[in-house]
Design a protein around this ligand. Structure first.
Ligand code: NAP
Length: 304
């Protein structure tokens, strides 16, 4: 597995003590790539919410220290990364903020960025640097066993620091993600939230909805819908298998952008439905061609 990782440089580790708040799919993948490379952090301290996850992280040996108290976990850390559902940031942020080391960099991996600035920004004391980030990589699995060191390889990571953030702190987080194998982009939080609303959040909303609709229909058809589920439906079920807490929090914390995209989608879906009703073959074919064009574009960018 390690052969596929970006090769460790001869550089000194970026951080002395890296604290991961949350060690699920994303947090444990950062821990694994940091362990595999050796040039990201001298030591890793991990915190999770439940004793079961803390125990599992100990068994997996993916952190140097495991700490049940988030306030203790962040003490002495020069980098703290929130890897928890975005709805928990305000509470955990308030618990750790008084214990952050002066000069510490606070970052995160959350799927919404406006909410991070809203929830963590006011808690940061002078001299603590907030550099929000979102690795555009994931799977439908969660927990510390789901992570793997190659998760971020070749995927984009979007940074959304506010203007005026210490450039050295931004560069350190950018370098962390480069060493994880990611390609970097900078966006403002509002633009980020709008883009992920269409490329990620709306598709999940549609997948959750189509599965509920099929589930209702399966009752009427005595399960025939699920028995004969063709590949199109199967693809939706993979997306719909994602973690409920994480996705509840994403929907609630990207409300405006998601509702805007849903309104546009609904209009377009009605237009296609209308074309089907009135037999407008050219319109239907044009929409299908546009779908194929987008798929080809993704393949060319190696993001399929
Ligand atoms: P996950 O596998 O479900 O792991 C979540 C972790 O957060 C677990 O270690 C959990 O601990 C911990 N946690 C939850 N609530 C907590 C709290 N109140 N205090 C302390 N720890 C808490 O989730 P994930 O997929 O890694 O997602 C983490 C973040 O990454 C989310 O913000 C998500 O939006 C973002 N993200 C996810 C993906 C993806 O595809 N999954 C992609 C990009 C970004 P316990 O196990 O003890 O509950």
């Amino acid at each position: 597995m390690a052969a596929d990782l970006p090769r460790a440089s001869n550089e000194a580790p970026l951080f002395d003590r890296l604290c991961l708040l949350g060690v699920g799919l994303i947090g444990s993948s950062i821990a694994r790539v940091a362990q595999a490379r050796g040039d990201i952090a001298r030591s890793i301290v991990a915190h999770a919410k439940t004793p079961a996850t803390l125990e599992r992280v100990r068994e997996l040996g993916i952190a140097d220290e495991v700490e049940a108290d988030p306030a203790k976990a962040v003490q002495g850390a020069d980098a703290v990364i929130f890897c928890i559902p975005v709805g928990a940031y305000a509470e955990v942020g308030a618990a750790v903020a008084p214990y952050l080391k002066p000069g510490a960099i606070v970052s995160d991996v959350g799927s919404t960025k406006g909410s991070v600035v809203r929830d963590l920004g006011p808690l940061m004391s002078k001299g603590v640097h907030l550099v929000p980030a979102h690795p555009m990589a994931g799977t439908e699995f969660s927990g510390p066993d789901a992570g793997f060191a190659e998760l971020f390889q070749g995927r984009y990571c979007i940074l959304t620091p506010l203007p005026g953030t210490d450039p050295a702190a931004v560069e350190k987080i950018a370098e962390l993600w480069r060493r994880c194998g990611s390609m970097l982009e900078m966006l403002d939080p509002a633009t980020h939230d709008k883009i992920v609303a269409i490329v990620s959040h709306l598709p999940h909303l549609i997948a959750f909805t189509i599965c509920s609709t099929a589930d209702d229909l399966a009752e009427e058809t005595k399960e025939a819908v699920l028995k004969f589920a063709a590949s199109g439906f199967r693809d939706f079920t993979r997306i719909a298998a994602s973690d409920p807490t994480m996705w509840r929090d994403i929907f609630l914390n990207n409300r405006e952008a998601l509702l805007e995209m849903l309104a546009r989608f609904t209009e377009d879906a009605h237009a296609l439905g209308r074309a089907v009703r009135w037999g407008q073959a050219d319109y239907i074919e044009d929409r299908i061609q546009r779908g194929r064009k987008i798929r080809r574009g993704l393949i060319e960018r190696k993001q399929a």
